[in-house]
Design a protein. Structure first.
Length: 269
């Protein structure tokens, strides 16, 4: 079992009821396990039944009440129904819009296909909004709650290796930052995560150097701690963030030249 089990030394997060998309793998599974303890209800969503069940079992073993749901986040009606049903059962303290896919340059150097580009925007940007909107609605009505949107450092500068992934995450960052200011007076905090490389099935498909690759458990705790503190942006690792910020500040061609030096490609999903 790749997940850290409950231990009394793990930090406790102040979320008694949390819903997470992308909970069947990687960072989402690690966040679910980090949140799991007696008294907590977790609503975990994914598409792959066996992997979702395995995460659910680990969370139940840690004492959490667990509800599992399988749907595609691009299905807006299913996403809304899941959030509303979860919130009706136990008002959500936290919603994590985490489900995502990656695309990018292929092994032969060819760029991502238009179909892949459309799909990554549909899942990573619109799919996140599909769960966020009903959650923000419910949280604003009772003037409490946290939304964590899982973006990426790829939002900081268009990446030549994965332009559509960058575009989707840049859109998500802009959207989350936009709603943050309007939600605060309504008692809802919105945090956006910009992680660098985190070990997961998604990053395993990135073939090439992965500087500062983080452990998913450590990444999950950083994200949840930042969210509990109401941080606007949760960004790590800082050297990679700084490199991308510099690339974004450089004249376009210089930034392109800097980023084009990076080798690598993305295996299709
Ligand atoms: N790993 C990294 O290096 C890294 C870095 C920065 C940001 N991120 C972001 O972190 C998030 C989680 O990534 P990860 O690394 O944990 O990836 P992962 O291991 O591939 O997990 C992705 C999760 O998203 C779910 N998912 C994908 N497409 C979906 C869809 N259409 N509908 C519903 N669920 C869907 C998957 O569910 P099923 O498998 O059940 O289909 C899975 O649970 C993503 O938003 C990603 O962009 C990751």
């Amino acid at each position: 079992m790749p997940f850290t089990r409950f231990s009394p030394t793990r930090p406790l997060f102040p979320f008694a009821s949390a819903a997470l998309t992308g909970a069947s793998g990687g960072i989402g599974a690690a966040m679910a396990v980090a949140l799991a303890r007696p008294g907590v209800t977790l609503f975990l969503a994914g598409r792959d039944g066996p992997r979702l069940e395995a995460v659910g079992d680990t969370c139940r073993a840690a004492g959490a009440e667990v509800r599992l749901a399988r749907f595609d986040v691009t299905d807006a009606e299913a996403a809304e129904r899941w959030v509303r049903d979860a919130d009706a059962e136990r008002p959500l303290d936290l919603l994590v819009a985490n489900a995502g896919i990656s695309t990018g340059r292929r092994r032969d150097g060819s760029p991502e296909s238009p179909a892949d580009a459309r799909r990554v925007v549909a899942v990573n940007l619109l799919g996140a909004m599909n769960v966020a909107f009903p959650a923000l609605d419910a949280m604003a009505a009772r003037r409490s709650g946290h939304l964590l949107v899982v973006g990426s450092l790829a939002a900081l500068r268009g990446l030549p290796h994965s332009p559509a992934y960058s575009a989707a995450k840049a859109g998500l960052l802009a959207w989350a930052e936009g709603v943050r200011a309007t939600m605060r007076p309504q008692g809802v905090t919105v945090s956006v995560a910009l992680p660098g490389f985190v070990k997961s099935p998604m990053s395993d498909r990135v073939i090439g150097p992965k500087p500062f690759l983080a452990d998913p458990g450590a990444a999950a705790r950083t994200l949840l701690k930042g969210t509990a503190m109401g941080r606007a942006r949760i960004v790590f690792p800082w050297p990679l963030a700084m490199g991308l910020r510099i690339a974004a500040l450089l004249p376009g061609r210089w930034g392109d030249a800097m980023l084009m030096r990076l080798p690598g490609y993305v295996e299709p999903q």
